[in-house]
Design a protein around this ligand. Structure first.
Ligand SMILES: [Zn+2]
Ligand SMILES: [Zn+2]
Length: 414
């Protein structure tokens, strides 16, 4: 089976022009230079993606409606639904964290799943409507975190065990199914196929030379829809978004955001993230206090997960992105081997970035569950807002970075 109207593609990572021929159903095409996936020919993509997205939406609605976790706090049973978590944060005057929770765990995944259903079902849409939906999908997909929230719930169970016995209801399993179907829908959905229904991806007028870079042939890749556009076009003709030949000026943004996140990382660790109040006497605990407490209580794996997600990953991310900026701008003679290493580092930074949100979700779950007016209560502390800001800023920093800059100074095949 041939790839519909898509004979050439430009690699989004290394800017190489590649000819795509005969990608069999169930297979994918990868870049010969940097191994980035260029195209996936999913079997029956539209039907399967729409089905999984639809099932996921149903499970999300069920999961939001009822109590999904309960805890027995010295005789008092306290149950919460998914929606109670942001509500509690809001009433604790942490509307910032509450808003992040609603957006990242509920609204953005809900929007993305609805977009997949609309684009992949038999509903008739104009090409302008399809374009708008795909642009929204591209913009918010980095910010969907239901799978991280689910991991956060599992980690919080270990913390909650020290307060009382925990129970889960059928709604909890509905939430697990929502996350499972959500991941399946995302893996199957191929936006490139829908973009090609709007217009083919090649807007260049002259013949392309395979194995040479786009910059050498005066063509650039649209960052939004991945069309190949002549460099003189300010906007992409397919998605009407502005695109640059290289995001060289964005490196300044990356560096500025990294410095900002490094500054905010200090109060995020110095201030407490959680206040535990027992019989009216409050005590605040920082991220490291939580790790040490878990370690001493014998929950070594959970202590390591929280230590890795909250302390190691943000610092590693800041160091890695600084190294990538240095490699992109300052190294004059690059070797392919080093470029590949840097590309792997960039992929790792992109992947692990949002996993630092785990601790925020753990705090949200624990705070909403452990409430017993007379005896004890757990409340968020100011450090949690600083920490969430560090995660968000480092995520924006890695999105601003243009990976094509890593490959610009190595010779391509003649
Ligand atoms: Zn490549
Ligand atoms: Zn475009």
């Amino acid at each position: 089976m041939t790839v519909d109207n898509q004979d050439y593609v430009l690699c989004s990572h290394c800017d190489l022009v590649i000819e795509l021929t005969d990608v069999a159903v169930g297979h994918k095409a990868t870049c010969p230079r940097c191994s980035t996936t260029l195209f996936k020919n999913q079997n029956n993509m539209k039907f399967r993606a729409a089905m999984y997205a639809f099932c996921s939406l149903i499970m999300l609605i069920v999961a939001c409606g009822f109590i999904f976790i309960d805890i027995n706090l010295v005789g008092n049973i306290n149950g919460v639904s998914v929606l109670d978590i942001p509500k509690t944060l809001f009433f604790d005057k942490y509307s910032y964290i509450s808003a992040l929770f609603v957006l990242f765990v509920l609204v953005f995944p809900l929007l993305n799943l609805s977009i997949i259903v609309l684009l992949c079902s038999k509903i008739k849409l104009t090409k302008y409507r399809k374009r708008d939906l795909l642009i929204v999908y591209e913009k918010i997909q980095h910010w969907c975190m239901p799978e991280i929230f689910l991991t956060g719930i599992l980690v919080s169970f270990v913390k909650l065990m020290s307060y009382g016995s925990i129970g889960v209801t059928g709604t909890f399993w509905a939430f697990c199914l929502f996350v499972f179907f959500y991941i399946k829908a995302l893996v199957i959905f191929t936006p490139g196929k829908i973009w090609n229904e709007i217009h083919r991806n090649n807007f260049t007028l002259k013949p392309l030379q395979v194995g040479k870079t786009g910059i050498y042939q005066n063509i650039k890749l649209c960052n939004c829809c991945h069309a190949m556009v002549p460099t003189e076009y300010a906007k992409c003709p397919r998605c009407k978004q502005k695109s640059q030949l290289r995001g060289r000026d964005k490196i300044q943004w990356t560096i500025a955001l990294l410095v900002t996140s490094l500054i905010i990382y200090i109060p995020a660790n110095l201030f407490g993230i959680m206040i535990t109040e027992v019989f009216g006497s409050p005590s605040s605990s920082t991220i490291m206090d939580g790790v040490i407490y878990m370690w001493q209580a014998g929950d070594v794996p959970v202590a390591l997960i929280i230590f890795a997600a909250s302390v190691v990953i943000p610092i590693l991310k800041i160091i890695s992105l600084s190294l990538l900026c240095y490699f992109a701008l300052a190294v004059k003679h690059k070797k392919k081997r080093n470029c590949l290493k840097m590309k792997k580092l960039y992929n790792a930074v992109e992947f692990i970035g949002k996993w630092s949100m785990i601790d925020i979700f753990v705090v949200s779950v624990v705070c909403s569950l452990v409430r017993n007016q007379q005896m004890m209560g757990v409340y968020p502390d100011i450090g949690v807002s600083f920490f969430a800001t560090v995660v968000i800023i480092t995520m924006i920093a890695s999105q601003k970075f243009d990976p094509r800059l890593l490959w610009d100074r190595i010779p391509t095949r003649k």
